[in-house]
Design a protein around this ligand. Structure first.
Ligand code: HEC
Length: 312
């Protein structure tokens, strides 16, 4: 039996394509479920487990738990799929998760490559996602592609940097926008961190009833000056581990471990004993300047969309 396994392995390894496309078996699933239960996520030393994990995770593409599995087992074999998701539609929820995971896998040079070869509009959308990551590696990449960081070319008047005084904000708050168009703006700039009804990802505060909570002027303020008041439960932390990795997000803590939730909805567990350093961020995890990439009418539409999100 054992010998057959070895022969089979050698056979498939020798014709890589067939191996790569081999279907996950019920046994693969069992192995993965067991590993998850045992919290044995490092399978690098065991070819049998590694193969089972790779086949099973591949079979889960498009399914609910897919990203979590890639994350837990650091499945580098899924890198091409993550890159494909980002390239296909950078303003989708999957792309936000994929970008976080690509950094977690330490493969951000691949993002660099995509950025250089993508049309400007697509590159800008990817840059926005990288801006959510907030780690030194992400900052370095952003610095390198600074030329792309110019505000996206949108139709209409650019959102005014004028929005710096309370009077400007009050003036904009009296305007009425188009909530349908606002929804599209939300899907472009906000979905990676906020849930609004059945849209978006649960990372920052839920916005499904935000229209009951905040008037238009305060909605504008929350977008234009996210650092003005940071919601208590959503303060950001940066964590450096003894293994040298770096995480930024919202922290939940138990006696044994920290769970760091990141923009895009990916989370990562770190053992307390593996933590080298933790620092509370002074700025909000919500990026400043998102409105600068919108036109004024897009901003008004977005605020309209948010203001009609109310308890049913
Ligand atoms: C990278 C993640 C991220 C993105 C992108 C983001 N936000 Fe936020 N947002 C947060 C976090 C985290 C908080 C809570 C911390 C704080 O108050 O600064 C927050 C807070 C808010 C609040 C205040 C909620 C409350 O209950 O008081 C509003 C409103 C808001 N965001 C709207 C938006 C809109 C609209 C967009 C898109 C233009 C957006 N956010 C994009 C992470 C994000």
């Amino acid at each position: 039996m054992r010998r057959n396994g070895v022969v089979l392995f050698a056979f498939f390894a020798s014709i890589g394509m067939v191996w790569a496309q081999e279907q996950a078996t019920p046994k693969d699933r069992l192995i993965v479920e067991t590993l998850v239960r045992l919290k044995r996520f490092d399978v690098s030393g065991n070819e049998k487990w590694k193969g089972a994990v790779e086949r099973y995770v591949r079979s889960q593409r498009g399914q609910d738990g897919y990203f979590e599995l890639v994350e837990q087992f650091s499945v580098k074999a899924e890198l091409p799929e993550l890159l494909r998701l980002v390239e296909t539609d950078p303003s989708s929820a999957q792309s936000a998760k994929s970008v976080q995971l690509i950094f977690r896998l330490g493969e951000e040079k691949e993002l660099s490559r995509i950025l250089s070869s993508s049309p400007k509009k697509k590159a800008n959308a990817i840059i926005t996602l990288i801006g959510f990551v907030k780690t030194p590696a992400a900052q370095k990449l952003l610095d390198r592609h600074k030329a792309l960081l110019a505000p996206a070319t949108t139709t209409g008047k650019a959102a005014p940097a004028l929005l710096s005084t309370p009077e400007d904000i009050e003036a904009l708050a009296t305007r009425t926008g188009n909530p349908k168009r606002g929804k599209v703006v939300f899907q472009k700039f906000c979905f990676a961190c906020h849930k609004a009804g059945d849209l978006g990802i649960d990372f920052g505060p839920g916005l499904s009833e935000i229209g009951d909570k905040l008037p238009k002027s305060e909605l504008l303020l929350a977008i234009v000056k996210p650092n003005a008041g940071i919601s208590f439960d959503y303060e950001g932390w940066t964590i450096e581990t003894k293994q040298g990795s770096f995480l930024a997000g919202i922290v939940n803590e138990s006696a044994e471990e920290l769970t760091v939730r990141m923009a895009g909805g990916v989370s990562q567990k770190v053992k307390q004993t593996d933590i080298a350093k933790r620092t509370k961020m002074t700025a909000s995890l919500m990026p400043e300047g998102l409105h600068l990439a919108m036109s004024e009418s897009e901003l008004v539409d977005l605020v309209e969309f948010l203001s009609v999100l109310k308890k049913k």
